[in-house]
Design a protein around this ligand. Structure first.
Ligand code: AMP
Length: 163
């Protein structure tokens, strides 16, 4: 369990821990794969959120999903990119978090995912939390703890790990 002092310090930086929806590259579930391929390539990310027309989060699309649709036994067939849509290949079995979720739950989920979509109670996409932003917040928190001289016995690694 995360100590109260650490959690409070981490949450002081809450606003910078989430990348808001307007700054997150995304594709629409009805977009042809051709368009999604372009967005993924231009954005420079290997995986981005998929939204429906009402801004609900519906899944994640990876460059791998798109490329796999082009691969044939005897080569690459790009015609599939105009025949299939994002909804045909996206991953819908995705871990998400709700606005105001527990920090501890967020950290557990980020062990297995490089980023997590943040949704409101109506599944409207609000943004993402990335491992990178969380690690930056952890770093800031440790420095703050040091400045405030908050007892950090609980944060010291077990002796065996420090060797
Ligand atoms: P990072 O921790 O910054 O390397 O981001 C981890 C992953 O989160 C990236 O590989 C992308 O899949 C996703 N991501 C981060 N920032 C954005 C963004 N602005 N738009 C879309 N996806 C993003």
């Amino acid at each position: 369990m995360i100590s109260r002092a650490v959690e409070e310090l981490m949450l002081e930086n809450k606003s910078s821990m989430i990348i808001p929806a307007e700054n997150v590259a995304n594709v629409m579930s009805g977009n042809p794969l051709e368009h999604a391929f372009l967005v993924l390539s231009k954005a420079g990310y290997s995986k981005i959120p998929v939204l429906d027309k009402g801004d609900h989060f519906v899944g994640l699309l990876s460059l791998n999903d798109v490329v796999n649709k082009m691969l044939e036994i005897d080569g690459i067939d790009t015609t599939n990119l105009s025949e299939f849509s994002v909804a045909d290949v996206m991953d819908t079995d995705v871990a998400i978090v709700r606005e105001g979720c527990e920090l501890e739950d967020l950290l557990h989920l980020l062990v297995d995912a490089p980023f997590l979509p943040v949704l409101d109670e109506h599944n409207i996409f609000k943004g993402i939390v990335t491992r990178r932003e969380i690690l930056k917040a952890v770093n800031r928190t440790f420095h703050e703890l040091d400045k405030k001289r908050v007892p950090t016995e609980k944060l010291v690694f077990p002796a065996g790990l420090a060797k």
